[in-house]
Design a protein around this ligand. Structure first.
Ligand SMILES: CSCC[C@H](NC=O)C(=O)N[C@@H](C)C(=O)N[C@@H](CO)C(=O)O
Length: 692
């Protein structure tokens, strides 16, 4: 694999190698996300997360990166609450959301994000819009600069004062209850309701500071009827002339289920019509063509008991809603489509053989062309003069860095543009390996080898199973970072077993509704293959995983005693209770069926049914605020392990959710995992992390 490009901005360069051995330094490494290219292609903004001065949370600031790669990056914004969602206006100003206080304003107890504007020619950012529930998203018409914002709004009206009063009355009365009448009621880490996201037309924002006492920007509610759980979500976009708004709308799909469709609204009068409304599919991620006459979006055929979902791209004519498939026969799942500058092609991203690549498909027909080689790409930006694409690129040997791509050249491996967060060194090497499953199928994996692994000093091995399961190991992860383990001498195996994305639909089918089957045996085949290597110590191994990976860690515990330790994070233990209590039950019951009517798959694949077989010491980890995999899974697993006398520990986070979102808890997460592995895999004495 290619080493990370050296950073040219010394002040923001991180001493990569050593940071992985020191957890405090690891959480202090800059983390890049969210890229935005200005309309004229001359300015590129990126969001950079760093530790706050007290080291208690990550805060994001916006930085400017030179698209030509000559100048060092420079910081654009600075505030304690941080800034996010950058988007350029055609007048050159940069819009972003931030909960920073307005200069001179009274301190708020629970500050909400407002919309801010940073003038293109320099100067101070100023607050342009607020709402009682905060601003959660913004879209700009690329031709006119007109703006639509998303803002959580209480039921009963969209007038800001009335909204504020309803919130105040609930607070004053000590009421936090929510009355639900539809499904779902929660999403990942937050409750749905009583407020729901509405979209507001803000028009052209004033360029200059308004005179004192002048009216603030007047907002017009485009979605006054939005109610939880449906209504505007994060996915909405304006046509270049600002006359049309395409948005994803959730609609009922039978009892206790929802699906996504794309609707088109006339922003002048709010009249709305469904654009793609397919009862057998979710349709989302709409993007306008440069002339506004067409849209591209993703169609995800809904999964059934027999068939996994499948994705394709649709080209939709605005005038009559005529739909044409753009990626027919392409055996990968396209996402995040964008038109080329001249509208003759569509760029998209897709998992492909352990990479997350950029593709280009001609609108007039023809197969997609893969534009990138190694690595995983996100945040694709298309320069409107057609000269370049920009994206964030990461891989297992590089955290996300901004890159510039040629719009047509296949299989590029671009160098990083100067930006904070590039690493100078990693504590080991990355290798791509393959194994052969029992049915002859190739199973691709990434293998991280620690410095010094050799025939003389073979490394202990940790199998790390990815989540999803319809995903793959292909990109850098701060949450699941193998280099922290490599810095302590472990080799880490990151396999892509059956159900993983990027290996074709048949590869997904092999594991559909049979998680304990091919996905498990593929993982064991991958472990068997690397254990043959002379630089791996097959007698000192562990397995770990989070979410679906946690399911698999639990399943492994019930099926084999080959590992010395198992770490299971945010894991599924009893599939029957999981599929009924997770935030979006209908998604999972499409695959598993109703447990009362169709118990077979649950009986065959639920780890809790095989609890008596567990001999391997287990570390259970869970966050109480996890609504995707509710904490009941961990509570029952923990009870089942303790009852059976299985050596085990439980790292419980009372205020974390499916993720671990604070630097302190992230360090404790890694410290506890490392201590548990050291005890069982290396045979060292248990060392309880000091703060626990
Ligand atoms: C209700 S949509 C399911 C989305 C996703 N599954 C995709 O294949 C999912 O949330 N699965 C979780 C059980 C999971 O494994 N999450 C992973 C990936 O998001 C994680 O790393 O947390």
């Amino acid at each position: 694999m290619s080493p990370s490009a050296p950073a040219s901005d010394a002040s923001s360069t991180s001493p990569g190698g050593s940071a992985f051995a020191d957890l405090a330094a690891f959480v202090a490494l800059p983390r890049l996300g969210g890229l935005a290219l200005s309309a004229d292609g001359s300015r590129l903004a990126v969001s950079v997360q760093t530790l706050d001065p007290e080291g208690k949370k990550w805060q994001s600031a916006l930085w400017e990166v030179d698209p030509a790669g000559n100048r060092p990056a420079r910081r654009l914004t600075r505030s304690a609450p941080g800034e996010s969602s950058p988007v350029w206006s055609p007048d050159g100003s940069l819009l972003f959301t931030s909960a920073r206080p307005e200069p001179g304003a009274k301190e708020q107890t629970e500050p909400k994000a407002g919309l801010w504007s940073l003038p293109g020619d320099g100067g101070e950012a100023r607050l342009v819009l607020t709402r009682p529930g905060g601003i959660s998203g913004v879209a700009v018409a690329t031709g006119t600069g007109e703006v639509v914002v998303a803002a959580a709004t209480m039921p009963g009206g969209s007038d800001a004062r009335a909204d504020e009063q309803r919130r105040t009355r609930r607070t004053d009365a000590g009421v936090s209850a929510i009355l639900h009448e539809t499904y779902p009621v929660r999403y990942w880490d937050h409750d749905l309701g009583p407020a729901s996201p509405h979209l507001f037309w803000a028009g052209r924002l004033p360029v200059d500071e308004p005179a004192t006492g002048a009216d603030p920007v007047e907002l017009r509610d485009l979605t006054p009827d939005a109610v939880p759980p449906s209504g505007a979500d994060g996915s909405f976009t304006l046509s270049p002339d600002g006359r049309l708004l395409a948005r994803v709308e959730e609609v009922p799909d039978g009892p206790a289920a929802r699906r996504d469709r794309v609707v088109l609204m006339d922003t002048a009068d709010g009249s709305t019509r469904p654009l793609v409304d397919d009862p057998s599919a979710d349709v989302f991620a709409p993007a306008f063509s440069p002339d506004g006459s067409a849209l591209v979006c993703v169609r995800q055929a809904m999964s059934t008991y027999a068939e996994p979902p499948d994705h394709t791209l649709l080209l939709v004519e605005v005038a009559d809603g005529a739909v044409r498939e753009l990626t027919e026969g392409f055996d990968r799942w396209p996402s995040a489509p964008q038109f080329s500058a001249d509208g003759t092609a569509v760029y998209f991203l897709a998992d492909d053989d352990g990479r997350h690549a950029v593709f280009r498909v001609p609108v007039d027909g023809g197969p997609p062309l893969r534009l990138t080689g190694d690595g995983a790409y996100s945040d694709l930006q298309v320069a409107r003069d057609g000269s370049a694409l920009y994206a964030l690129r990461s891989a297992y040997d590089s955290p996300p860095v901004p890159v510039r791509l040629d719009p047509e050249t296949p299989l590029q491996d671009p160098p990083a543009l100067p930006a904070p967060g590039t690493l100078d060194r990693l504590p080991g090497t990355l290798h791509e390996v393959a194994a052969t499953a029992s049915d002859g199928t190739r199973v691709q994996s990434w293998l991280v080898l620690p410095e010094g692994a050799s025939v003389e000093t073979p490394a202990p091995l940790v199998l790390w199973v990815h989540g999803g399961p319809l995903m793959s190991w292909n990109s850098w992860s701060w949450r699941w970072c193998p280099w922290v383990l490599a810095a302590r001498g472990y080799a880490v195996l990151l396999p892509n077993p059956a159900l993983s994305q990027g290996f074709g639909q048949d590869f997904v089918r092999r594991g559909w509704g049979e998680w304990g089957g091919a996905p498990y045996t593929d993982l064991m085949a991958a472990v068997d293959a690397v254990e043959q290597r002379p630089d791996i110590d097959a007698s000192r191994t562990a397995a770990m995983g989070g979410s679906f990976g946690g399911y698999m860690a639990n399943w492994i515990a019930t099926q084999t005693d080959r590992f010395r330790a198992i770490v299971t994070h945010a894991s599924l233990w009893d599939l029957d209770s999981f599929t009924g209590t997770t935030d979006l039950a209908y998604y999972w019951q499409q695959e598993w069926g109703d447990p009362l009517r169709e118990p077979k798959r649950y009986e065959q694949n639920s780890p809790h049914r095989y609890a008596d077989a567990i001999r391997t010491p287990m570390l259970v980890i869970h966050g109480d605020r996890d609504f995707r995999v509710p904490v009941g899974e961990a509570l029952r697993l923990w009870y089942d392990l303790q009852k059976r006398g299985v050596p085990s520990r439980f790292l419980y986070f009372p205020d974390e959710n499916h993720w671990v979102l604070t630097p302190g808890n992230s360090q404790i997460w890694y410290a506890t995992v490392l201590a548990f592995l050291a005890e069982h895999v290396l045979g060292e004495a248990w060392q309880r992390p000091e703060l626990l």
